[in-house]
Write a new protein. Structure first.
Length: 162
């Protein structure tokens, strides 16, 4: 396993709640409620685990009021990356279709804009309810194929991705 943080890469040797990182032995001591102590040879760090995203293989912690995101890669991830296949498992999308018939209340993106999975793309009113239509994956907006105030049918293409 490798842990990536900023421009650094660590290869810890894990043993239960202990790890050796760059020749130093650290121990992980859970404190409850997403809090833990990292006990090292010369200091102890109190951290909060903010989030764990298994799909993106990342862990976000908070230390001294600052958030830090760590990426975790397994040997298979490293092998796929060395073969140029590291993006093979990511969701590929070419267009976004209306999930239901409705009225486009607002378009929140523009062509060429980069979006992340979960970003709001547009607002669609259906059955007197406003629905935020979100990006299904990280992508770049290609063309907008609807406009504010337009009525759309189910499965109608609303926008395309590059």
């Amino acid at each position: 396993m490798k842990i990536h943080w900023n421009d650094r890469t660590f290869e810890p040797n894990l043993d239960g709640h202990a790890a050796e990182i760059n020749g130093e032995k650290w121990e992980w001591v859970p404190q409850g409620n997403n809090r833990a102590l990292l006990v090292g040879p010369q200091n102890t760090l109190s951290i909060d685990v903010v989030s764990v995203n298994r799909e993106q293989r990342s862990v976000t912690i908070q230390y001294k009021g600052m958030k830090h995101e760590f990426k975790v890669s397994e040997p298979l991830d490293e092998l796929l990356k060395s073969m140029g296949l590291d993006n093979a498992m990511q969701t590929k999308i070419s267009e976004l279709k209306a999930p239901m018939p409705g009225l486009v209340l607002d378009v929140l993106v523009s062509p060429g804009q980069a979006v992340k999975k979960g970003d709001k793309l547009l607002v669609l009113e259906a059955m007197k309810m406003e629905n935020a239509i979100k990006a299904p994956a990280d992508a770049v907006i290609g063309a907008i194929r609807c406009e504010k105030g337009q009525a759309v049918d189910k499965n109608q293409v609303l926008l395309s991705f590059d």
